[in-house]
Design a protein around this ligand. Structure first.
Ligand SMILES: [Zn+2]
Length: 292
């Protein structure tokens, strides 16, 4: 184990959690972490909850968030989930070197699944010149997500400068995949053992994945939760969550499933390698990271 790649198995599937690096979310570009991550939380309850997690509400001034992509080798397909960020900060855009160190070249990937259209999940689609990085892959995205970023609706209710970053990234990284694109609008199996799960809220066509083999299951929840506290408070939403009510519904659906089916869970923004279990507690849940 190192802190860039983490190999594990789901049944007979060989998986690797691959770090794309980490990004510091801090003012002035972003609100302070308590506001960014828990925008609608009552102040007093939030302060108490943060302290329980050893976070001082007034001193927590930056959220250093990992970006964790996933490779699944099913034996038949080599699948990459999300392509990471490129150029948002000095410590992101590490996916390609980390794949290489794991012995994987871009042309080895034959399916790229994009969980949603935010920069940290799609900006690795293209290189600096705008050319496709995973040239031989078929790209998979939820139809509502593709339609959202390619329509006027993508005038998001975010501050102007964040909105511009998001839209510029989508304009650079989505058109080049259109001739290799497969849109899904139902919870189908993308390839045998990898099922799409509708998980809207964070964005309109946000997609989770159920990866199953040999009686074992990995739930890849992407950005349905951004911080472990979201398991304890599924009703607390982030500034970047587009539809808070839908986010809560999606979270409850995924967390209930993860807990009842005792699935391993991968959360894109959790501490590396982002893997753990969802444990029920007092009608809610808490995060139990795997031991490494
Ligand atoms: Zn994200």
């Amino acid at each position: 184990m190192n802190n860039q790649t983490h190999r594990f198995k789901v049944g007979s599937f060989h998986c690797i959690a691959v770090s794309d690096g980490a990004f510091r979310y801090a003012p002035p570009m972003f609100p302070p972490p308590p506001v960014l991550l828990f925008a609608n939380a009552p102040r007093t309850t939030l302060a108490q909850t943060l302290r329980r997690h050893d976070l001082q509400p007034d001193q927590w001034t930056e959220w250093v968030s990992p970006y964790i992509c996933l490779v699944i080798d099913t034996g038949e397909h080599r699948v990459l989930v999300d392509t990471g960020e490129d150029g948002l900060g000095p410590d992101t855009g590490k996916l390609l070197p980390n794949l290489k160190s794991a012995g994987i070249e871009p042309n080895d990937i034959d399916i790229v699944i994009l969980t949603h259209g935010h920069p940290d999940h799609i900006a690795g689609n293209t290189d600096i010149e705008g050319k496709l990085v995973f040239r031989k892959a078929r790209y998979v995205m939820w139809k509502d997500e593709w339609d959202f970023w390619n329509s006027e609706q993508a005038t998001l209710k975010l501050e102007e400068h964040i909105r511009e970053i998001l839209l510029a990234c989508a304009r650079k990284n989505l058109p080049p995949i259109q001739h290799q694109l497969c849109l899904v609008d139902r919870e189908i199996e993308i390839v045998p053992g990898i099922q799409a799960i509708s998980a809207p809220g964070h964005t309109p066509g946000h997609m989770a994945l159920a990866i199953s083999s040999g009686g074992e299951q990995l739930l890849c929840v992407s950005d349905a939760v951004l911080h472990p506290i979201h398991l304890e408070r599924p009703e607390w939403c982030a500034v970047v969550d587009l539809d808070p009510r839908q986010v809560e519904t999606t979270r409850r659906k995924l967390l209930t499933r993860a807990a009842t089916e005792n699935a391993l869970v991968l959360a894109f923004h959790f501490p590396f390698p982002g893997l753990g279990h969802v444990v029920p507690r007092a009608e809610r849940w808490h995060w139990q990271p795997i031991e490494i």
